[in-house]
Write a protein that binds this ligand. Structure first.
Ligand SMILES: Cc1cc2nc3c(=O)[nH]c(=O)nc-3n(C[C@H](O)[C@H](O)[C@H](O)COP(=O)(O)OP(=O)(O)OC[C@H]3O[C@@H](n4cnc5c(N)ncnc54)[C@H](O)[C@@H]3O)c2cc1C
Length: 295
Protein backbone atom coordinates (compact mmCIF):
# COMPACT_ATOMS: atom_id res chain seq x y z
CA UNK A 1 0.00 0.00 0.00
CA UNK A 2 1.73 3.18 -1.19
CA UNK A 3 -0.53 5.56 0.84
CA UNK A 4 -0.03 5.68 4.61
CA UNK A 5 -3.51 4.80 5.87
CA UNK A 6 -2.71 6.15 9.35
CA UNK A 7 -2.50 9.68 7.93
CA UNK A 8 -6.01 9.55 6.47
CA UNK A 9 -9.04 10.93 8.30
CA UNK A 10 -12.28 8.92 8.08
CA UNK A 11 -15.59 10.45 9.19
CA UNK A 12 -18.40 7.98 10.03
CA UNK A 13 -21.69 9.91 9.84
CA UNK A 14 -24.66 8.95 12.06
CA UNK A 15 -27.26 9.79 9.41
CA UNK A 16 -27.61 11.01 5.83
CA UNK A 17 -28.26 14.56 7.10
CA UNK A 18 -25.08 14.38 9.16
CA UNK A 19 -23.17 13.09 6.11
CA UNK A 20 -24.46 15.92 3.89
CA UNK A 21 -23.64 18.52 6.50
CA UNK A 22 -20.07 17.14 6.83
CA UNK A 23 -19.68 17.00 3.04
CA UNK A 24 -20.73 20.65 2.77
CA UNK A 25 -17.86 21.83 4.99
CA UNK A 26 -14.24 22.02 3.85
CA UNK A 27 -11.21 21.97 6.13
CA UNK A 28 -8.18 23.94 4.84
CA UNK A 29 -9.86 23.95 1.44
CA UNK A 30 -10.21 20.14 1.36
CA UNK A 31 -13.58 18.41 1.25
CA UNK A 32 -14.40 14.91 2.38
CA UNK A 33 -14.28 12.26 -0.35
CA UNK A 34 -17.27 9.86 -0.26
CA UNK A 35 -16.19 6.27 0.46
CA UNK A 36 -18.69 3.48 -0.33
CA UNK A 37 -17.43 -0.07 -0.94
CA UNK A 38 -13.88 1.22 -1.45
CA UNK A 39 -13.16 -1.13 -4.37
CA UNK A 40 -12.06 1.75 -6.60
CA UNK A 41 -10.71 4.05 -3.89
CA UNK A 42 -8.42 1.39 -2.45
CA UNK A 43 -6.88 0.87 -5.87
CA UNK A 44 -5.95 4.58 -5.90
CA UNK A 45 -4.67 4.37 -2.29
CA UNK A 46 -2.63 1.32 -3.16
CA UNK A 47 -1.16 3.08 -6.17
CA UNK A 48 -0.24 6.12 -4.05
CA UNK A 49 -2.68 8.36 -5.96
CA UNK A 50 -5.49 8.93 -3.42
CA UNK A 51 -8.05 11.60 -4.34
CA UNK A 52 -7.77 13.18 -0.86
CA UNK A 53 -6.78 12.67 2.76
CA UNK A 54 -10.27 13.00 4.33
CA UNK A 55 -12.97 10.39 3.67
CA UNK A 56 -16.69 10.16 4.43
CA UNK A 57 -17.55 6.51 5.11
CA UNK A 58 -21.08 5.95 3.73
CA UNK A 59 -21.24 2.20 4.46
CA UNK A 60 -23.33 2.52 7.67
CA UNK A 61 -26.01 4.82 6.18
CA UNK A 62 -29.26 2.84 6.09
CA UNK A 63 -30.93 5.66 4.12
CA UNK A 64 -28.73 4.71 1.13
CA UNK A 65 -29.61 0.99 1.19
CA UNK A 66 -32.44 -1.09 -0.19
CA UNK A 67 -34.09 -1.99 -3.51
CA UNK A 68 -37.71 -0.82 -3.62
CA UNK A 69 -40.20 -1.89 -6.29
CA UNK A 70 -42.73 0.84 -7.00
CA UNK A 71 -45.64 1.31 -9.42
CA UNK A 72 -43.60 2.47 -12.40
CA UNK A 73 -40.20 0.97 -11.71
CA UNK A 74 -37.47 0.17 -9.21
CA UNK A 75 -35.49 2.44 -6.90
CA UNK A 76 -32.03 1.24 -5.89
CA UNK A 77 -30.28 2.88 -2.94
CA UNK A 78 -26.81 4.24 -3.69
CA UNK A 79 -25.15 1.53 -1.58
CA UNK A 80 -26.85 -1.34 -3.42
CA UNK A 81 -24.12 -3.86 -4.13
CA UNK A 82 -23.78 -5.86 -7.33
CA UNK A 83 -24.41 -9.00 -5.32
CA UNK A 84 -27.75 -7.60 -4.14
CA UNK A 85 -28.60 -6.75 -7.75
CA UNK A 86 -27.72 -10.29 -8.89
CA UNK A 87 -29.93 -11.84 -6.22
CA UNK A 88 -33.01 -9.63 -6.53
CA UNK A 89 -35.95 -11.54 -8.09
CA UNK A 90 -37.74 -8.52 -9.61
CA UNK A 91 -34.52 -7.20 -11.15
CA UNK A 92 -33.91 -10.68 -12.55
CA UNK A 93 -37.30 -10.66 -14.29
CA UNK A 94 -37.63 -7.02 -15.34
CA UNK A 95 -34.02 -5.84 -15.71
CA UNK A 96 -32.04 -8.92 -16.77
CA UNK A 97 -29.34 -6.81 -18.42
CA UNK A 98 -28.59 -5.06 -15.14
CA UNK A 99 -28.28 -8.44 -13.45
CA UNK A 100 -26.03 -9.65 -16.29
CA UNK A 101 -23.82 -6.57 -15.90
CA UNK A 102 -23.65 -7.07 -12.11
CA UNK A 103 -22.44 -10.62 -12.67
CA UNK A 104 -19.57 -9.26 -14.80
CA UNK A 105 -18.19 -6.84 -12.18
CA UNK A 106 -15.00 -8.48 -10.86
CA UNK A 107 -15.52 -11.63 -8.81
CA UNK A 108 -17.80 -12.36 -5.82
CA UNK A 109 -15.48 -10.56 -3.37
CA UNK A 110 -15.76 -7.37 -5.41
CA UNK A 111 -19.51 -7.81 -6.01
CA UNK A 112 -20.08 -8.07 -2.23
CA UNK A 113 -18.63 -4.59 -1.67
CA UNK A 114 -18.85 -2.71 -4.98
CA UNK A 115 -21.85 -0.39 -5.09
CA UNK A 116 -23.96 0.92 -7.95
CA UNK A 117 -23.34 4.58 -7.00
CA UNK A 118 -19.60 3.87 -6.69
CA UNK A 119 -19.57 2.48 -10.23
CA UNK A 120 -21.44 5.57 -11.47
CA UNK A 121 -19.34 8.12 -9.55
CA UNK A 122 -16.03 6.48 -10.42
CA UNK A 123 -17.08 7.51 -13.94
CA UNK A 124 -14.88 5.08 -15.83
CA UNK A 125 -15.98 4.86 -19.48
CA UNK A 126 -15.53 1.09 -19.00
CA UNK A 127 -17.92 0.85 -16.00
CA UNK A 128 -20.11 -2.18 -16.67
CA UNK A 129 -23.39 -0.96 -15.21
CA UNK A 130 -23.33 2.40 -17.00
CA UNK A 131 -24.56 1.37 -20.48
CA UNK A 132 -27.42 -0.59 -18.88
CA UNK A 133 -28.50 2.42 -16.81
CA UNK A 134 -28.37 4.55 -19.95
CA UNK A 135 -30.33 2.06 -22.07
CA UNK A 136 -33.02 1.98 -19.36
CA UNK A 137 -33.35 5.79 -19.08
CA UNK A 138 -32.25 5.74 -15.43
CA UNK A 139 -32.63 8.78 -13.20
CA UNK A 140 -30.07 9.56 -10.50
CA UNK A 141 -31.10 11.15 -7.19
CA UNK A 142 -28.52 13.58 -5.90
CA UNK A 143 -28.58 15.38 -2.53
CA UNK A 144 -26.61 17.96 -0.64
CA UNK A 145 -27.31 20.10 2.43
CA UNK A 146 -28.63 22.63 -0.12
CA UNK A 147 -31.40 20.33 -1.37
CA UNK A 148 -32.24 17.39 -3.62
CA UNK A 149 -32.39 17.03 -7.40
CA UNK A 150 -32.87 14.35 -10.01
CA UNK A 151 -30.48 14.01 -12.95
CA UNK A 152 -31.23 12.01 -16.09
CA UNK A 153 -28.44 9.41 -16.32
CA UNK A 154 -27.53 10.56 -19.81
CA UNK A 155 -26.82 14.08 -18.50
CA UNK A 156 -24.61 12.85 -15.66
CA UNK A 157 -21.24 12.98 -17.41
CA UNK A 158 -19.70 16.22 -18.58
CA UNK A 159 -16.54 14.66 -20.01
CA UNK A 160 -13.92 12.04 -19.25
CA UNK A 161 -14.35 11.11 -15.56
CA UNK A 162 -16.21 14.36 -14.97
CA UNK A 163 -19.66 14.32 -13.41
CA UNK A 164 -22.32 17.00 -13.17
CA UNK A 165 -22.45 16.17 -9.44
CA UNK A 166 -20.85 18.79 -7.17
CA UNK A 167 -18.28 18.05 -4.45
CA UNK A 168 -20.85 18.67 -1.69
CA UNK A 169 -23.41 16.30 -3.28
CA UNK A 170 -24.01 12.60 -2.81
CA UNK A 171 -25.73 10.19 -5.14
CA UNK A 172 -28.50 8.78 -2.95
CA UNK A 173 -30.41 6.46 -5.32
CA UNK A 174 -31.00 5.35 -8.90
CA UNK A 175 -34.47 4.89 -10.37
CA UNK A 176 -35.19 2.62 -13.32
CA UNK A 177 -38.59 2.84 -15.04
CA UNK A 178 -40.02 -0.52 -16.11
CA UNK A 179 -39.23 -1.02 -19.81
CA UNK A 180 -42.05 -0.85 -22.41
CA UNK A 181 -44.23 -3.94 -22.89
CA UNK A 182 -42.68 -6.82 -24.89
CA UNK A 183 -39.29 -5.12 -24.97
CA UNK A 184 -36.06 -7.00 -25.58
CA UNK A 185 -33.06 -6.16 -23.35
CA UNK A 186 -29.46 -7.08 -24.13
CA UNK A 187 -26.08 -6.80 -22.38
CA UNK A 188 -22.68 -7.92 -23.52
CA UNK A 189 -19.17 -7.13 -22.31
CA UNK A 190 -16.16 -7.98 -24.46
CA UNK A 191 -12.82 -8.16 -22.68
CA UNK A 192 -9.50 -9.94 -22.97
CA UNK A 193 -10.90 -13.04 -21.29
CA UNK A 194 -14.31 -14.32 -20.27
CA UNK A 195 -14.15 -13.37 -16.58
CA UNK A 196 -12.79 -10.49 -14.52
CA UNK A 197 -11.51 -8.30 -17.29
CA UNK A 198 -11.92 -4.60 -17.97
CA UNK A 199 -14.07 -4.18 -21.05
CA UNK A 200 -12.69 -3.44 -24.48
CA UNK A 201 -16.30 -2.71 -25.46
CA UNK A 202 -19.40 -2.94 -23.27
CA UNK A 203 -22.88 -2.64 -24.78
CA UNK A 204 -26.47 -2.60 -23.64
CA UNK A 205 -29.50 -2.41 -25.93
CA UNK A 206 -33.23 -2.22 -25.37
CA UNK A 207 -35.89 -2.34 -28.06
CA UNK A 208 -39.64 -2.79 -28.39
CA UNK A 209 -41.67 -3.45 -31.53
CA UNK A 210 -45.11 -2.04 -32.35
CA UNK A 211 -48.05 -4.11 -33.67
CA UNK A 212 -46.72 -3.86 -37.26
CA UNK A 213 -43.44 -5.35 -35.99
CA UNK A 214 -41.57 -2.12 -36.49
CA UNK A 215 -39.08 -0.80 -33.97
CA UNK A 216 -41.01 1.66 -31.81
CA UNK A 217 -38.53 2.11 -28.98
CA UNK A 218 -34.78 1.64 -29.14
CA UNK A 219 -31.79 2.47 -26.97
CA UNK A 220 -28.18 1.59 -27.85
CA UNK A 221 -25.65 2.43 -25.14
CA UNK A 222 -21.90 1.80 -25.32
CA UNK A 223 -18.97 1.98 -22.93
CA UNK A 224 -15.22 1.97 -23.69
CA UNK A 225 -15.73 3.51 -27.14
CA UNK A 226 -15.54 7.21 -26.18
CA UNK A 227 -14.47 9.35 -23.18
CA UNK A 228 -17.91 8.76 -21.62
CA UNK A 229 -20.62 6.12 -21.83
CA UNK A 230 -22.88 7.22 -24.67
CA UNK A 231 -26.03 6.54 -26.64
CA UNK A 232 -25.53 5.74 -30.32
CA UNK A 233 -28.21 8.16 -31.47
CA UNK A 234 -27.54 8.01 -35.23
CA UNK A 235 -27.76 4.23 -35.15
CA UNK A 236 -30.95 4.48 -33.08
CA UNK A 237 -32.43 6.83 -35.71
CA UNK A 238 -31.55 4.33 -38.45
CA UNK A 239 -33.57 1.68 -36.59
CA UNK A 240 -36.61 3.61 -35.34
CA UNK A 241 -39.76 2.84 -37.36
CA UNK A 242 -38.03 0.04 -39.31
CA UNK A 243 -38.55 -3.74 -39.24
CA UNK A 244 -35.94 -6.07 -37.72
CA UNK A 245 -34.27 -6.88 -41.06
CA UNK A 246 -30.65 -7.53 -42.04
CA UNK A 247 -30.57 -4.51 -44.40
CA UNK A 248 -31.76 -2.24 -41.57
CA UNK A 249 -29.11 -3.67 -39.25
CA UNK A 250 -26.44 -2.93 -41.87
CA UNK A 251 -27.59 0.71 -42.14
CA UNK A 252 -27.57 1.06 -38.35
CA UNK A 253 -24.08 -0.40 -38.21
CA UNK A 254 -22.83 2.14 -40.76
CA UNK A 255 -24.41 4.97 -38.73
CA UNK A 256 -22.80 3.63 -35.53
CA UNK A 257 -19.33 4.45 -36.87
CA UNK A 258 -20.37 8.15 -36.70
CA UNK A 259 -21.64 7.84 -33.14
CA UNK A 260 -18.59 6.42 -31.41
CA UNK A 261 -14.96 7.52 -31.15
CA UNK A 262 -12.89 4.61 -29.87
CA UNK A 263 -9.18 5.04 -29.23
CA UNK A 264 -6.06 2.88 -29.30
CA UNK A 265 -4.92 2.12 -25.75
CA UNK A 266 -3.26 -0.65 -23.74
CA UNK A 267 -6.42 -2.77 -23.75
CA UNK A 268 -7.35 -2.61 -27.41
CA UNK A 269 -7.15 -0.81 -30.73
CA UNK A 270 -9.58 1.65 -32.30
CA UNK A 271 -10.27 -0.65 -35.28
CA UNK A 272 -10.95 -3.68 -33.10
CA UNK A 273 -13.35 -1.68 -30.92
CA UNK A 274 -15.18 -0.34 -33.98
CA UNK A 275 -15.58 -3.86 -35.37
CA UNK A 276 -16.73 -5.30 -32.03
CA UNK A 277 -19.20 -2.45 -31.43
CA UNK A 278 -20.78 -3.17 -34.82
CA UNK A 279 -20.83 -6.92 -34.22
CA UNK A 280 -22.57 -6.42 -30.87
CA UNK A 281 -25.21 -4.26 -32.51
CA UNK A 282 -25.92 -6.92 -35.13
CA UNK A 283 -25.92 -9.64 -32.47
CA UNK A 284 -28.48 -7.68 -30.46
CA UNK A 285 -30.77 -7.16 -33.46
CA UNK A 286 -30.51 -10.83 -34.50
CA UNK A 287 -31.27 -11.99 -30.97
CA UNK A 288 -34.27 -9.64 -30.81
CA UNK A 289 -35.57 -10.98 -34.14
CA UNK A 290 -35.14 -14.61 -33.00
CA UNK A 291 -36.86 -13.91 -29.70
CA UNK A 292 -39.75 -12.26 -31.58
CA UNK A 293 -40.02 -15.26 -33.94
CA UNK A 294 -40.30 -17.67 -30.99
CA UNK A 295 -43.28 -15.81 -29.48
C1 LIG B 1 -10.32 -6.38 -8.68
C2 LIG B 1 -11.34 -5.39 -9.20
C3 LIG B 1 -12.14 -5.74 -10.24
C4 LIG B 1 -13.09 -4.84 -10.76
N1 LIG B 1 -13.85 -5.21 -11.81
C5 LIG B 1 -14.75 -4.36 -12.33
C6 LIG B 1 -15.54 -4.74 -13.45
O1 LIG B 1 -15.44 -5.85 -13.98
N2 LIG B 1 -16.44 -3.83 -13.94
C7 LIG B 1 -16.60 -2.58 -13.38
O2 LIG B 1 -17.43 -1.80 -13.86
N3 LIG B 1 -15.84 -2.20 -12.32
C8 LIG B 1 -14.93 -3.06 -11.78
N4 LIG B 1 -14.15 -2.66 -10.71
C9 LIG B 1 -14.30 -1.31 -10.19
C10 LIG B 1 -15.21 -1.14 -8.95
O3 LIG B 1 -15.40 -2.37 -8.27
C11 LIG B 1 -16.60 -0.56 -9.31
O4 LIG B 1 -16.45 0.66 -10.01
C12 LIG B 1 -17.47 -0.35 -8.06
O5 LIG B 1 -18.82 -0.28 -8.44
C13 LIG B 1 -17.11 0.88 -7.24
O6 LIG B 1 -17.99 0.94 -6.12
P1 LIG B 1 -17.47 1.20 -4.65
O7 LIG B 1 -18.67 1.23 -3.78
O8 LIG B 1 -16.42 0.22 -4.27
O9 LIG B 1 -16.85 2.65 -4.83
P2 LIG B 1 -15.72 3.41 -3.99
O10 LIG B 1 -14.37 2.84 -4.30
O11 LIG B 1 -16.10 3.51 -2.57
O12 LIG B 1 -15.86 4.85 -4.66
C14 LIG B 1 -15.64 5.03 -6.04
C15 LIG B 1 -15.88 6.52 -6.39
O13 LIG B 1 -17.24 6.86 -6.22
C16 LIG B 1 -17.41 7.91 -5.28
N5 LIG B 1 -18.66 7.60 -4.58
C17 LIG B 1 -19.01 6.41 -4.01
N6 LIG B 1 -20.27 6.44 -3.57
C18 LIG B 1 -20.74 7.69 -3.86
C19 LIG B 1 -22.00 8.34 -3.65
N7 LIG B 1 -23.04 7.72 -3.08
N8 LIG B 1 -22.14 9.61 -4.10
C20 LIG B 1 -21.11 10.25 -4.71
N9 LIG B 1 -19.91 9.70 -4.92
C21 LIG B 1 -19.73 8.42 -4.50
C22 LIG B 1 -16.14 7.88 -4.43
O14 LIG B 1 -15.85 9.12 -3.84
C23 LIG B 1 -15.12 7.47 -5.48
O15 LIG B 1 -14.76 8.60 -6.24
C24 LIG B 1 -13.21 -3.55 -10.18
C25 LIG B 1 -12.40 -3.19 -9.09
C26 LIG B 1 -11.47 -4.11 -8.60
C27 LIG B 1 -10.61 -3.69 -7.43
Amino acid sequence: MRSALSTLEVVRPRSLDHALEALGRSVSGERLVPLAGGTDLFVYLNAGTPPGTRYLDLWGLRELRGIRVRDGGVRLGALTTFREIREHPVLGRRFPSLVAAAAEVGAWQIQNRATLAGNIANASPAGDSLPVLMAHDAKVDVRSARGAREVAFERLYRGYRELTVDADELITAVTLPFPPARSFPFFRKVGTRRAQSISKVVFSGLLALDRERRIAHVRLAYGSVAPVTLRARRAERALRGEPLAASVAARARAALAEDIAPIDDIRSSRDYRLAVAGNLLEQFLRAAAESRARR
